[in-house]
Write a protein that binds this ligand. Structure first.
Ligand code: ADP
Ligand code: MG
Length: 688
């Protein structure tokens, strides 16, 4: 008899190499093994007849190997073929040819006379029905039939060093020995369907008796997973809501003067979100709000409005940007708009410390607004009375980092801003612990951005076009493909790239920008570009967020297929900021359909939310739940896209539990408290 919390090495019948292979998959405890869920199931209760036509839907077939052969092509490349005949062959049966290209190990495994099960798409090749690279399993003897065949059979993900069969046998035996009582049912009554326990669900997900049972088990396990996640989110929200806060809202006189001084009218959407923020600032409980808006929708102005309300009430503001360049830029923008209002601003980054205002300052305490990078989080900036923390471009900061600056008492109000729209259905998960304000309208004075995908072969034409734009006085960004600034930058390659562009654009002046340039110099380069002393900026993606040069209205992105859609949309947001018509050219050499479908989305729409929805359709959520950023556990079974309805139910259940018992004090809620503490890896303040 075994318990789910036991370590696998305590089970002495598991050979050591297996344990090591399991550990590589992150499976160390019995529970880890039981929650290594199948990625799909095969119906091996009865195999269909061999197909005589191709099909897009993969099928699972069983047959005997009647012939194998190995052919060479193109020198050293090999094709291994195994011809299968179905067990109950009749006059109409066609053999099936399974083919593997350059897979040495397959040819060693399959021999004539074996019975094997294959899974794949049947294709017509000449006159033969073929399956290329099918998944396969060899039937060794009839004893093992009951585990691997004649049933709905589980197929597991990522089993390097472990065959499907080994893993399946392991699970079969462990499930046989495990004590049901050690598998606690996590779901609250409201989410349970019938009375399937967690133990029953786990048994059924691995070895279901029939498809309905598999589906019910999956629903149970997905709901459990989502529920745990939503409880974690709800607990974060509860953490904030029970902390002591203060009202941080002035009368609005300063704010009104600021709005009057602007060279434009605020949009309706900006007014709407400012009102939402203002209500939060005026309330005694701490604000915890996300400001969401497409690139260029004017979030900075909204943030400044919030800051002024707080400053007027006599409190300080911390304004955090994800990069040095952005911190400097924000500082300059703030000074331009707020110096006339005598607001004292202090810039604090690793490279530069500066202050503004009518009086010389000697201490942070004297400043109203401190702008900085996340150095602000770690340095002991002595805020005397911090009222508001504004965090720009939230996706660059993690939840835990955010917590660092905001868990002081009394709690400051927190406004996080993001220009990365996410699909609506994801907001409840990724930003589930925040209230959300959305700017869903662009300022009217925006020039249009035309986006065009062009093949690299068209570069000469593209260059001619760029020159006409430069001649008309516009400025140009060239983004070259170095996706990740942390990738070791080959400075030589950057220099070569730069030389190339200087020649191409001669006699226009170019500047080079990349992540290895010292911050102070970067700042000077940006400044020269802003002043129009350079016509073109050849840059990596350091340019990505927030940079604002209205006269730069043309952007060329090289190897565009290498970037994600969201990132391309962000990059494109650097242009279309002035009154000029803007052009974004996506240069690509990729012939792949997938890449061109992806890039076509950007040609079609300029709306960030639509881009996000399309990206989500094409690619799935993948990195959106990246644990570092969301602070959420990775999903083992649920699918954020396919299981939206289950997520909604899980969320509703979690919210109602916290509504009824915000501190989780009642006896029946103790298991939920344990669930949260376990996920957080430590206690959480209002529950312990
Ligand atoms: P983002 O939302 O991407 O951070 P910014 O706040 O940087 O956008 O605003 C982009 C540009 O639009 C800035 O130059 C800003 O001054 C300008 N802007 C902001 N609000 C308006 C408005 N209502 N009308 C016209 N221009 C605006
Ligand atoms: Mg911005």
């Amino acid at each position: 008899m075994i318990d789910v919390s036991q370590r696998l090495e305590e089970l002495d019948w598991i050979p050591r190499p297996r344990l090591l292979a399991l550990r590589r998959l992150g499976i160390e405890k019995v529970e880890d093994l039981l929650t290594h869920f199948p990625r799909r199931h095969e119906d091996r209760t009865e195999f269909p007849h061999f197909p005589r036509e191709e099909s897009e839907i993969p099928v699972c077939l069983c047959g005997e190997v009647i012939k194998t052969s190995l052919r060479r092509f193109g020198g050293w490349k090999k094709i291994f073929e195994a011809t299968l005949q179905e067990s109950q062959a009749n006059a109409l049966s066609e053999p099936l040819v399974c083919r593997w290209f350059n897979l040495h190990y397959v040819q060693k495994m399959i021999v004539t006379g074996q019975r094997i099960v294959v899974f794949g798409k049947p294709r017509l090749r000449g006159k033969r029905i073929c399956m290329d690279h099918p998944e396969f399993e060899i039937i060794e003897n009839d004893n093992e039939m009951s585990i691997h065949f004649r049933r709905i059979t589980p197929i597991y993900p990522g089993t390097e060093g472990l065959s499907q069969r080994t893993l399946r046998s392991l699970l079969y035996r462990v499930l046989n020995d495990v004590v049901d009582q050690s598998l606690e049912t996590l779901l609250p009554r409201a989410l349970m369907n019938g009375n399937m326990t967690r133990a029953a669900a786990i048994r059924a997900i691995h070895f279901p008796e029939h498809w309905q049972e598999r589906d019910a088990a999956r629903d149970h396990l997905v709901l459990s997973e989502f529920f745990a996640m939503q409880m974690l989110i709800a607990s974060r929200r509860a953490d904030v809501s029970i902390r002591t806060g203060q009202a941080h809202c002035g009368s609005g006189a300063l704010f009104t003067r600021f709005v009057k001084s602007l060279p434009f009218e605020l949009t309706g959407a900006q007014h709407k979100v400012i009102a939402e923020i203002r209500r939060d600032l005026a309330a005694a409980h701490p604000m915890n709000r996300l400001l969401q808006g497409d690139v260029g929708s004017g979030k900075t102005v909204v943030a400044i409005a919030a800051m002024l309300l707080v400053v007027e009430a006599g409190y300080q503001v911390a304004f955090m940007a994800p990069t040095q360049i952005l911190a400097e830029q924000h500082y300059d923008v703030l000074r331009r708009w707020l110096d006339p209002l005598c607001v004292r601003i202090f810039l604090r980054t690793a490279a530069r410390q500066e202050q503004s205002g009518p009086l010389p300052l000697f201490a942070d305490e004297d400043s109203h607004i401190i702008v900085g990078t996340h150095a602000l989080l770690y340095e002991s900036v002595s805020f005397s009375n911090l009222g508001l923390v504004v965090i720009d471009e939230q996706h660059k900061f993690g939840v835990t980092q955010r917590a660092r600056l905001t868990t002081r008492e009394p709690a400051p109000d927190v406004l996080v801003m993001t220009a990365t729209p996410i699909p609506r259905t994801l907001t409840m998960t990724i930003y589930g612990d925040l209230d959300v304000s959305t700017i869903d309208e662009m300022p009217r004075n925006r020039g249009k951005i035309v986006t065009a995908v062009r093949d690299e072969a068209k570069l000469p034409e593209v260059l001619r076009f760029l020159r006409t734009q430069l001649e008309a006085g516009r400025q140009l960004y060239v983004i070259y493909p170095l996706i990740d600034e942390s990738e070791k930058l080959d400075v030589k390659a950057a220099a070569a790239e730069y030389e190339l562009w200087r020649e191409r654009l001669h006699p226009f002046r170019c500047e080079l920008l990349h992540g290895r340039i010292a911050p102070a110099e970067k700042q000077q380069i940006m400044e020269r570009f802003r002043r129009g002393e350079a016509n073109a900026l050849i840059s990596t993606t350091v340019l990505e967020v927030g940079v604002d040069v209205p006269n730069a209205s043309v952007m060329l992105i090289e190897n565009a297929e290498r970037f994600g859609l969201a990132q391309l949309h962000q990059l494109r947001g650097r242009i279309g900021r002035g009154e000029h018509k803007s052009y974004c050219i996506l240069l690509t050499s990729a012939q792949a359909n997938e890449a061109s479908a992806k890039l076509a989305v950007l040609e079609r729409t300029g709306n960030g939310f639509e881009v996000a929805e399309a990206d989500w359709e094409l690619r799935g959520p993948g990195d959106l739940l990246g644990t570092a950023q969301s602070g959420l556990p990775a999903l083992k079974i649920g699918n954020l896209k396919a299981d939206v309805e289950l997520m909604r139910r899980a969320r509703a259940a979690a919210v109602s539990i916290f509504q009824a018992d915000p501190r989780l004090e009642s006896p029946e809620n103790q298991r939920f408290r344990r669930l949260i503490v376990e996920q957080r890896g430590h206690t959480f303040s209002n529950v312990s």
